[in-house]
Ligand binder design. Sequence first.
Ligand code: FAD
Length: 455
Amino acid sequence: MTQTHFDVIVLGAGPGGYLAAERLGHAGKKVLLIEEIALGGTCLNVGCIPTKTLLNGAKNYLHAKEAGQFGVDATGVTYDWARMQEWKNQVVAGLVGGVGAAERKAGVKVINARGHFDGPGKVTADGVTYTSDHVIIATGSVPVMPPLPGAADNPAVVDSTGILSLDEVPSRLAVIGGGVIGVEFASLFATLGSEVTVIEMAPEILPFMDDDMAAQLRGAMSNITFELGCKVESLDGASVTYSKDGEHKVLEADVVLMAVGRRSATTGWGAEEAGLEINRGVVVDDRMRTNLPNVWAIGDVTGRSLLAHAAYRMGEIAAANILDPQAHRRGEVMRWHTVPWAVYCLPEAAGVGLTESQAKKEGRDVLVAKVPAQMSGRFIAENGFRAPGSAKIIVDPTTHQVLGVHVLGAYAAEMIWGAQAVLEMELTVEDLRQVVFPHPTVSEVIREAAWAVKL
Ligand code: FAD
């Protein structure tokens, strides 16, 4: 007889859902994980992993082309888009398989179906109603398609999923939206030789980044044309009409990437009918509890921080609080302000915490120090004397607590966790100065920034 009662049902198997299920399974809970499309969700199948795999191909190509300055002759270097696609598909398949194996090891029952949330403790999938003590909602997010004239059913327009499997690298690519997804794809295709134009409504790309760092990053991507402060008005095939300072302009492209953002997937699975409170996503507190008893929500569906690592942490927090109602007293709560971000364009950038621009907007006094990445010997050895890169630190002038760290340049995404730990532990800049950094590493720029603060 089919088992229909579980301790926990998890709806959606992206990073949030699959990790929560795994943690609960290992803790001895009977868990049902329901996934409509593929284990790993957006992140593994059409998000973080395929984009970074393709970007790595582009990075290798770029490094080979620029290798002459380091005494390596790689003349005539080419890339093979079809083989890059093959490698991307292999990586995705391997990791998705790994998630399946991890769930089996944790004793989690997985079903491939669309689930419908019928209320606390009740989910229907494939015509079977499953019951449980707890339900975790982890349905993720979907790309936003703005209702622009000419956008619907336009074969020249792709979203972040469609662009991943283009048959060929387009000669001309128009990217609508200068957020993370738009900038990463722009960087990928510009590096592979496309003529890329990014059209962004705001006065600067990457709004969560400090303005000076975003401008420096934009300057570093000199192979991309950025049209800032522009409003796209309509599309006709791959021609994009937009206005800038009251003037109408037309950009002719071969492919248009719509990258204006993502929205939480809160519809079509019963949220509203069941009475879940929703604003920009399912409303949760810092333990990931919703307004309904024993119903939790994690990841992009909460609309709080649309990042895979935030989804992982939310999944862990929900699991910890399900296993132990006192877990929040041990710190198992979401600290949104310490979630780092990273943009894997070439060069990459990453940061955590307060920016100088945010501090200014809030009228908050802060101490700021910014140093060039050339303070690191390894950075120079690997990138040259003039390559763009910097590190910036934001410090409270009274307590000297580190409030933000922002890095631009190679390895930024790899090193930012250290800064995140500093914020998480509420360390001061004096504490950070006592940390021994391995030498030579690019991460030493963070140490240099800490020493550059005038206390
Ligand atoms: P998702 O990964 O979206 O998973 C939700 C799952 O729920 C999906 O598999 C869906 O099929 C399933 N589902 C939905 N409704 C139902 C239902 N009713 N029944 C059954 N199943 C259902 N983040 C980063 O941190 N780093 C990056 O580098 C990065 N790069 C990205 C690049 C791109 C192009 C995109 C699009 C996103 C990127 N992200 C990145 C964001 C990251 O993918 C998401 O933050 C992350 O996947 C969110 O995880 P999640 O578990 O909340 O939801």
